[in-house]
Design a binder for this molecule. Structure first.
Ligand SMILES: NC(=O)c1ccc[n+]([C@@H]2O[C@H](COP(=O)([O-])OP(=O)(O)OC[C@H]3O[C@@H](n4cnc5c(N)ncnc54)[C@H](O)[C@@H]3O)[C@@H](O)[C@H]2O)c1
Length: 266
């Protein structure tokens, strides 16, 4: 049997209970990684770990909580002794209906930054520390790959997603700073961001309900924006995550991988 593309690697996928995170956890496991799925949604997260079987594990985690990151890294270290891949995927779209500037209050702004930015910051911090254990400078294999979830909303303006867009822009920039820091320190750790467009997940459905109109019509209108003529599926994003997580991307760091069917090209 041919070895998988991430055979034997130790991986964490945050927000892996549903949508893109679940698809990424599946693809990584299919290609030979030992995956720990985390989420605040315990029931769905456990179901994903059961479905993956083998060495897969679910750990309840709120990415906003530093203590949860510490506990997660301790669990993975006890079980596997190292970490190779961290996919900082967990994210939220909104805590209230409208996200136009005038409708966005400070509470909503902060709630989004807490999950989408602070959660990824903590992930990078604890991820780099875990990947550095037994690292190159200590003569070990070391190194690893961090894949941060941004969005096309982190690349272009979105009037109806002010706080979300700002959070995803911050993820894009954070990724580049972490990439350079790790590269200059010779840690062998790569850090890249993924920028999905319109993807058919629960969050995708929530986007379509934001305007308050008919979600089916909103989907149709959104798909008309996609030059390739269809919405993306979670697995389309998961395959990009897999590539960046694998050694195939060994010379890729600080990069933005856009997976949007061409929306941002025009
Ligand atoms: N669906 C899209 O169109 C789209 C487009 C661009 C970017 N994204 C990004 O992709 C990622 C996944 O989105 P999705 O579409 O699969 O959405 P989703 O809502 O299906 O999945 C997000 C997961 O994150 C979990 N989560 C939320 N808050 C958390 C927290 N504090 N700690 C841990 N887990 C938490 C949720 O429980 C859920 O399982 C998000 O970062 C999102 O911003 C999605």
């Amino acid at each position: 049997m041919m070895a998988g593309r991430v055979e034997g690697k130790i991986a964490i996928v945050t927000g892996g209970a549903t949508g893109i995170g679940r698809a990424a956890a599946r693809r990584l496991a299919e290609e030979g990684a030992k995956v720990t799925v985390t989420d605040v949604n315990v029931e769905a997260g456990q179901a994903v770990a059961e479905e993956l079987g083998g060495d897969a594990l679910f750990v309840q985690q709120d990415v906003r909580q530093e203590a949860d990151w510490q506990r997660l890294m301790d669990t993975v270290a006890d079980r596997h002794g190292r970490l190779d891949i961290l996919h900082n995927n967990a994210g939220i779209l909104a805590t209230q209906k409208s996200q136009f500037l005038a409708d966005t209050d400070l509470e909503q702004w902060r709630a989004l930054q807490a999950v989408n930015v602070e959660g990824v910051f903590l992930g990078c911090k604890y991820g780099v520390a875990a990947m550095s254990v037994g690292g190159r400078e200590k003569g070990g294999a070391g190194g690893g790959a961090i894949v941060n979830m941004s969005s096309i909303a982190g690349l272009i303006g979105t009037a109806g997603a002010v706080a979300y867009g700002a959070s995803k822009g911050a993820v894009r920039q954070l990724t580049k700073s972490v990439a350079i820091d790790c590269a200059r320190k010779g840690l062998g750790i790569r850090c890249n961001s993924v920028h999905p467009g319109i993807i058919q997940t629960d969050m995708g459905n929530a986007v379509m309900s934001l305007s308050g109109g008919d979600p089916e019509r909103a989907w149709a209108a959104s798909i008309r924006r996609v030059p390739m003529g269809e919405a993306g599926q979670a697995v389309d994003v998961a395959n990009c995550v897999l590539f960046l997580a694998s050694d195939e991307a060994r010379h890729v760091t600080g990069a933005e991988l856009v997976v949007d069917g061409g929306i941002t090209v025009i």
